[in-house]
Design a protein around this ligand. Structure first.
Ligand code: PEP
Length: 252
């Protein structure tokens, strides 16, 4: 039985004071509503300390949206995993489509970061997903397979328990267009099948696969009802407790 895992990616939103106020409100609301899914929030780097402080005593996980692929050194403007861990960050999102497209991150670079995160004892949410053009030209499976093989290169079977995959079709992110639950489930089934081929059926069955792309209070239930959808990575609708609470309590 895979435990549902719902994450909020705040992207470049929320100052430290706004993040702290949100986090305190979310922790209270989630507890009052009896939310029993695994919940994660990923604030911008500078907002992380205030959010960690506000969530002290809560089981809500704090993640980073990115990290550098080196342990330390002359990388101006970058953030190392050890710095994140020191703040209380346990998890990092890697390979988000915005980083792939705006900052030209490729699978090899994402893989270096992922291996370092594992070495540092962190959990990773690895994002994969196709563009509309790739989907329409029948390349969905090829793209997913390339991103999985490249992103997970040299990851040992015993480390797979630290990996969550987020399937995020690029055309559904921030656009209001959601993949149908059937389309999303079939992409998730393909991902699970690839992981079974790369590792084992057991690892594939235990793997948490989140769906991301315009998830909101109205579509979350239908998505989560699908066999292979184990959670959600939520952007826009994670930016207010009012919108995020119904998503993390979709089963109530
Ligand atoms: C995301 O950023 O990962 C995302 C899925 O965004 P949105 O929910 O806004 O589409």
């Amino acid at each position: 039985m895979r435990k549902a895992y719902i994450a909020g990616n705040w992207k470049m939103n929320m100052t430290p004071s706004a993040g702290a106020a949100y986090a305190a409100e979310l922790a209270k609301a989630a507890a009052e509503a009896g939310a029993d899914v695994k919940i994660m929030v990923a604030p911008p780097f500078v907002t992380i300390p205030a959010v960690v402080e506000a969530l002290r005593g809560s089981s809500i996980i704090v993640a980073a949206q990115n990290m550098n692929d080196h342990k330390s050194g002359a990388y101006t403007g970058e953030v190392a995993p050890e710095m994140l861990k020191d703040l209380g960050v346990t998890t990092v999102i890697l390979g988000h489509s915005e980083r792939r497209s705006y900052y030209k991150e490729d699978d090899a670079f994402i893989n270096r970061k992922l291996l370092l995160a594992l070495e540092e004892g962190m959990d990773v949410v690895l994002c994969v997903g196709e563009t509309l053009e790739e989907r329409e030209s029948g390349k969905l499976e090829e793209v997913l397979s390339t991103q999985l093989v490249g992103g997970l290169k040299d990851v040992k079977a015993e480390d797979m328990e630290h990996i969550t995959i987020a399937y995020e079709p690029v055309w559904a992110i921030g656009t209001g267009r959601t993949a149908t639950p059937e389309d999303a489930d079939s992409a998730h089934a393909f991902i699970r099948g690839q992981i079974a081929k790369m590792y084992s059926d057991d690892i594939a069955q235990k793997l948490i696969i989140q769906y991301g792309g315009s998830v909101n209070a109205s579509n979350v239930k239908a998505l989560m009802a699908k066999e292979n959808i184990d959670g959600a990575l939520v952007g826009g609708a994670s930016l207010s407790v009012e919108k995020f609470l119904p998503i993390i309590t979709y089963d109530k």
